[in-house]
Design a protein around this ligand. Structure first.
Ligand SMILES: C[S@@+](CC[C@H](N)C(=O)[O-])C[C@H]1O[C@@H](n2cnc3c(N)ncnc32)[C@H](O)[C@@H]1O
Length: 276
């Protein structure tokens, strides 16, 4: 029997580990052999669990962020973190300052030079303040570094993606490819609207988020959202007001930009109907 992971082997913001047990129960209603398509695969956790639970199913993992590459680099990541752990002789959660900081940065630079790739997401969770992420060395160099390095290696997980059909493209393309498979179940866990998406590749605005709803209609799905997005409230409201359409469709618009300080601003908008 293969090992089933209930959390992703490497850090991933937004992974659904807290749903793992309930998700396993939900999967039981589908027969083994059902096709599952994980449109927003992220860490691959939902795909991995689906394949463990339904070994005869085709499970498509859309690895949009290149999590695979992070898993492949795990031995290098562990080696880098082991070197940093030995070097950083200050208590955990304290800032890494001065000459020690320079040594840490040059160690990372050397690993990047030697290996051509660094898993900056895992590295960020080891030496940046909680929830801060850098995507490259230049980003790291601007930040205060902290000793958040795990005391042990990340475990090797060579079989984590075993048996999955892996793609890496926009969810709409994946949806088009699989939408006509009989009984297909879409796993739909889009980026949250109002949370920090720094480690993902793109910024999601409301219309992107609403577009996802079009793939749900007429298909079986398991959908994840958060109360921060208010999407359920919006859908319930639309269900009650089916014929309203867009009340602003024929309006004129006037924007007013307000600056609160040097990096915070917002736009007030006036919309008005035209008599003509
Ligand atoms: C909330 S996360 C999914 C987490 C995943 N279910 C897990 O348990 O790890 C949303 C993912 O969608 C990805 N994403 C963003 N835009 C996308 C797009 N246009 N097509 C497919 N995936 C996209 C993000 O990069 C992120 O990995």
């Amino acid at each position: 029997m293969r090992k089933q992971y209930l959390s992703a082997p490497l850090p991933f913001q937004g992974q659904k580990r807290m749903f793992a047990k309930e998700y396993i129960k939900v999967l039981q209603q589908f027969p083994d052999g059902t096709t599952f398509v994980d449109l927003f695969g992220g860490s691959g956790l939902l795909s991995h669990i689906a394949k463990c639970q339904k070994p005869n199913s085709t499970v498509v993992y859309n690895d949009y962020d290149g999590y695979r590459q992070r898993l492949e680099a795990l031995p290098v990541t562990n080696a880098l973190l082991a070197d940093l752990r030995a070097m950083v002789d200050i208590p955990r959660h304290r800032p890494i300052l001065g000459e020690l900081r320079e040594r840490v940065l040059s160690c990372i630079r050397k690993y990047e030079c030697d290996n051509g790739y660094i898993d900056y997401v895992t590295l960020s969770s080891s030496i940046l303040f909680s929830m801060k992420y850098a995507n490259e060395l230049a980003d790291l160099e601007k930040e205060t570094l902290y000793n958040n390095i795990k005391t042990t290696d990340y475990p090797q997980c060579p079989d984590y993606l075993d048996g999955l059909t892996i793609t890496s493209c926009d969810y709409r393309e994946v949806f088009e490819r699989y939408k006509d498979i009989p009984g297909v179940v879409f796993l739909v866990d889009p980026p949250y609207l109002s949370t920090d998406n720094k480690t993902y590749k793109m910024y999601w605005k409301l219309s992107d988020y609403l577009d996802v709803l079009t793939v749900l209609a007429g298909h079986r799905f398991i959908y994840f959202t958060s109360n921060k997005s208010s999407i359920l409230e919006l859908c319930e409201w639309m269900g009650r007001n089916k014929n309203i359409g867009n009340p602003f469709a024929k309006c004129s618009r006037c924007d007013f930009n307000a600056h609160m300080n040097y990096n915070a601003s917002y736009t007030d908008i006036m919309l008005y109907t035209n008599t003509a």
